[in-house]
Design a protein around this ligand. Structure first.
Ligand SMILES: NC(=O)c1ccc[n+]([C@@H]2O[C@H](COP(=O)([O-])OP(=O)(O)OC[C@H]3O[C@@H](n4cnc5c(N)ncnc54)[C@H](O)[C@@H]3O)[C@@H](O)[C@H]2O)c1
Length: 155
């Protein structure tokens, strides 16, 4: 099974490395070019005990790769996980979901067959419906219940 992780931060990188350890093929995608460059050089941008060895093992086994290009992996993935940031919004303190919505739009453009989209970011109840709506609006060619499903797997 192939998984694309959108967002290679604390949650995305750790989750991606663990799934690679379980034997899945994982592509960690992030729009931060410096982060991806570092990861491709074997430099782990965050501290998490044991993560460096998990990542290097995954890379060595060719089960864990890193990219800035979403198009390259989403179209061939069974599962796409959204693990982008949801910072508190100035003023009202609510989660800023703009990164999640942007990720949904980016995923929509790249889907190429049945795909399960999983929200891993911390999001309010109802966000899964919104992600589904965004993808269906962007891709009216998808058929309800056949081409995508949206699941929630909060960190
Ligand atoms: N860090 C934790 O311990 C923790 C715990 C529980 C829940 N969470 C939740 O998990 C989510 C992710 O948190 P984090 O700490 O991993 O954040 P993070 O800031 O470390 O990582 C988010 C990554 O997403 C990338 N990104 C943003 N928009 C993108 C896009 N459109 N395409 C590709 N990449 C994109 C950013 O460049 C960044 O590298 C948040 O919702 C957070 O609230 C985090």
């Amino acid at each position: 099974m192939k998984i694309t992780m959108i967002g290679a931060g604390y949650v995305g990188l750790v989750t991606g490395a663990c799934f690679a350890e379980f034997g899945f093929d994982v592509v960690c995608m992030d729009k931060d070019e410096n982060k991806i460059k570092s990861l491709n050089l074997g430099i782990i941008p965050i501290y998490e005990p044991g993560l460096d060895s998990l990542v290097s093992q995954g890379v060595k086994n060719k089960r864990l790769t890193f990219t800035t290009e979403l198009n390259k992996s989403v179209g061939t993935s069974d599962v796409v996980m959204i693990a982008v940031g949801t910072p508190s919004r100035r003023g009202d303190g609510h989660a800023d979901l703009s990164y999640v919505y942007q990720a949904a739009k980016d995923i929509a453009a790249a889907i190429n067959g049945y795909t399960i989209i999983v929200t891993k970011s911390t999001v309010p109840v109802g966000t899964g419906e919104e992600v589904s709506d965004i993808i269906r609006k962007e891709r009216p060619d998808l058929v309800e219940g056949i081409d995508i499903d949206v699941a929630s797997n909060p960190e």
